[in-house]
Design a protein around this ligand. Structure first.
Ligand SMILES: O=C(O)c1ccccc1N[C@@H]1O[C@H](COP(=O)(O)O)[C@@H](O)[C@H]1O
Length: 221
């Protein structure tokens, strides 16, 4: 997909109404709400996530991150939270996207690809073929005994990410270890549609206004 005029920004791991307001004030295009995960620092309860969704004005998107992999569990999670976008952080069976779209026609579905090597290019393009609305490239490791499905604070191989962006007909978000210092290099290397960040704009787990401002400024100097 052609690079956008302006790189979109999703601020993830939102854990309070105050953090949501801060992210919106400083220019977020989307908020990320992390559901129950096997590991990671950003989890927020479903009830609070639902309150944040309700308080989020248009045109912002609300991404519900789910580690569920079967359709009934994903739909149940979406019903509890009400987000307008489902972010699948683990691999799912090929017919999942079609089933989610049939059940929730107005909700968008984003598939996370944990980028390790060139095999992930094929994995990403297959997800597109099966009907995802967007891809999100992160740095987890789903093969570990306790799966890492995101929130690692690590960058991955951006050359592979660039190949995915070049070949994907749907928007691609770049995540994984982004921060105010490396984000400009990341944009130049990968040309993503959007960026997604959690730990790089936080201090002691809290969203940090100064870091977020610096991040936004690095994207739009
Ligand atoms: O943050 C978490 O706890 C988390 C757990 C499981 C899956 C995803 C999670 N967060 C997402 O990970 C990316 C990258 O995080 P970071 O910037 O490297 O810290 C983040 O954007 C969230 O979408």
């Amino acid at each position: 997909m052609q690079a956008p005029f302006r790189t979109r920004v999703k601020i993830c791991c939102i854990s309070s109404l105050e953090e949501a307001q801060l992210a919106i004030r400083l220019g977020a295009d989307a908020l990320g709400l992390v559901g129950r995960m096997p590991s990671g620092p950003g989890v927020v309860g479903d009830e609070l996530a639902a309150q944040i969704v309700q308080a989020t004005p248009p045109p912002l998107a609300t991404f519900m991150l789910t580690s569920e992999t079967n359709v009934a569990d994903i739909l149940a999670h979406q019903q509890r939270v009400g987000a307008n976008t489902i972010q699948l952080v683990d691999a799912v069976p090929a017919d999942t996207y079609a089933q989610l779209h049939a059940a929730l026609p107005t909700v968008k579905v984003v598939q996370v690809i944990h980028v390790i090597d060139e095999k992930n290019v094929t994995e990403a393009l297959l997800a597109v073929q099966y009907g995802v609305d967007a891809l999100l490239l992160d740095s987890g490791n789903p093969t570990l005994a306790v799966k890492e499905l995101g929130g690692t604070g690590r960058v991955h191989n951006w050359q592979v990410s660039r190949q995915i962006v070049e070949q994907s007909p749907v928007p691609v978000f770049l995540a994984g270890g982004l921060n105010p210092t490396n984000v400009r290099e990341a944009i130049n290397a990968v040309h993503p549609y959007g960026l997604d960040i959690c730990s790089g704009v936080r201090t002691n787990g809290q969203l940090d206004a100064q870091k977020l401002e610096a991040f936004m400024h690095a994207i739009n100097p």
